[in-house]
Design a protein around this ligand. Structure first.
Ligand SMILES: [Fe+2]
Length: 481
């Protein structure tokens, strides 16, 4: 299952400059040294996992969107002797069957679905390409996209293991948020949706060792909003409804891509739901129409709940992230804002509150604050002048809006994964691990940035260009290793 796959792709060498991470060509490398420039913190011991799209072109067909590429896992092992690098394709069914045929055989996020009608009647046309997020249930790691298939893998060898589909004939889940949460007891919380005439969103809770999740709550909605993530506040899942609404019939029966089955419907507005983790009760507030991938955080403030979120004013960001626009390094047209909504009990509308400071995407806060307490510092990827894509890493003080930045010249800056220093207390006591690629770089560079000062303390140079991915994870070394 995990033999090196013989994949014919467009080589990254064909590309120039900082956008090379949007091209295929990354190889499976079993074990190679990482070059370290500078000095790594002594306490930084563990494995940085990156999950990236790595193949968009096959001999007889190509994928079209950044989010579509077939997944490759990368492991950067630190603190146990000399740092080492390993990469391996995720052996998803979508990838294996597409490589066999030499063309994509399943619809991906932004690429049309080539399945015939009979195949669609048999199974909903969803991919299992685990390219977006890596999560954990118990001590088992898996990759996932926006469908309910968990693809387990070994975080050390990167071998693909079994798949688990969180859907059953008597309680179906067709789509699922890419981002879930691993709770303190190792259980995994996420929101999935059963599509139909009316859609039912389900709050799923999977305990370690379970193969079937419990459903903690159900929300019915006539038209599902695009759902990439949700937020966790004390005792509550905070779920937002984007005004980018799904045509579920088109997803099942048309050849349109998943992304093209969503349409911007501002007249219905958007909403935020607070779902009680205790009893499944749901409270709802209206907000102006918006599109969002990621919340920064949610927290309680007296009797209120508060949601901080990066929003777009329309649905144009899907188009901005098409592969041809990213490879050409065109500016983003979608406007990004950082917004704070106060959710007061008994009110129908959420109250927007001024949120100073620049907008950020791929936001990070201290992981110990998530679902527990308010973080006062966040980090994220920032846009350059005129909407230049991901050209800096920002630290934002969430009270004052004061921002400081880390920036490599003429480089793409991806998600700045925050790794807290063991025993540290402050919201920003730790480092950011930032995958970057500058026009002048030969290979991918992961910057290790002091999360308080925003100064780089070290750089890790990989043995190849690292394709541009979305989300990372850090697996701390076990004591004694
Ligand atoms: Fe995401």
């Amino acid at each position: 299952m995990n033999a090196v796959l013989d994949v014919e792709t467009a080589p990254a060498a064909a590309a120039q400059g900082r956008v090379r991470g949007f091209f295929g060509g990354a190889r499976e490398i079993d074990d190679a040294p990482l070059v370290v420039r500078g000095r790594l913190p002594d306490w930084l011991r563990g494995t940085l996992l990156l999950d990236t799209p790595a193949v968009w072109e096959l001999p007889h067909g190509a994928l079209r969107h950044w989010f579509d590429g077939y997944a490759m896992w990368h492991a950067l092992r630190l603190g146990d002797g000399a740092p080492r690098y390993r990469s391996r394709f995720a052996a998803s069914e979508s990838f294996r069957r597409s490589v066999e045929r030499g063309r994509p055989v399943t619809g991906e996020f932004g690429s049309p679905n080539p399945s015939g009608l009979i195949a669609r009647l048999r199974t909903p046309p969803v991919t299992d390409n685990p390219v977006v997020v890596m999560s954990r249930v118990g001590d088992r790691w898996f990759g996932v996209s926006e469908t309910p298939t968990l693809t387990f893998f070994d975080p050390h060898t990167l071998a693909t293991e079994e798949r688990l589909v969180l859907s059953r004939p008597d309680d179906a889940v067709h789509l699922m948020s890419a981002h879930g949460f691993t709770l303190e007891d190792g259980s995994y919380l996420n929101v999935g949706t059963e599509l139909g005439g009316t859609c039912t969103m389900k709050l799923l809770h999977l305990r370690p060792g379970q193969t079937r999740p419990d459903v903690l709550a159900r929300l019915r909605m006539p038209k599902l909003g695009y759902t990439h993530a949700f937020a966790l506040a004390p005792g509550h899942a905070i779920v937002w409804e984007c005004a980018l609404r799904l045509d579920a019939v088109a997803l099942r029966f048309s050849k349109r891509s998943y992304a093209e089955c969503f349409a911007w419907k501002p007249r219905g507005g958007s909403a935020v739901h607070a779902v009680s983790l205790d009893d499944g009760a749901v409270a709802t507030w209206r907000i102006p129409p918006m599109m969002a991938f990621h919340a920064t955080q949610a927290y309680g403030d007296g009797a209120d709940l508060v949601l901080e979120i990066a929003v777009y004013d329309d649905g144009s960001v899907f188009g901005d992230l098409m592969l041809d626009r990213r490879r050409a390094d065109l500016p983003l047209r979608a406007r990004l804002r950082h917004v704070r909504y106060r959710l007061r009990r008994g009110r129908a509308d959420a109250e927007p509150e001024p949120m100073p400071g620049p907008a950020i995407e791929l936001q990070q806060v201290h992981p110990a604050r998530i679902g527990q307490a308010r973080a006062r510092v966040a980090w994220g990827t920032g846009l350059g002048e005129g909407g230049r894509f991901a050209d800096r890493t920002l630290r934002v003080d969430l009270d004052s809006g004061a921002a400081t930045e880390y920036r490599r010249p003429d480089a793409v800056h991806l998600e700045p994964l925050f790794v807290p220093r063991p025993g540290g207390q402050a919201d920003d006591d730790g480092v950011l691990l930032v995958p970057t690629l500058a026009a002048a770089d030969d290979d991918g560079v992961v910057a290790v940035v002091d999360a308080h000062t925003m100064k780089a303390v070290a750089e890790l140079v990989a043995p190849q260009v690292l394709p541009f991915g979305f989300h990372a994870a850090f697996v701390p070394a076990r004591p004694g290793h």
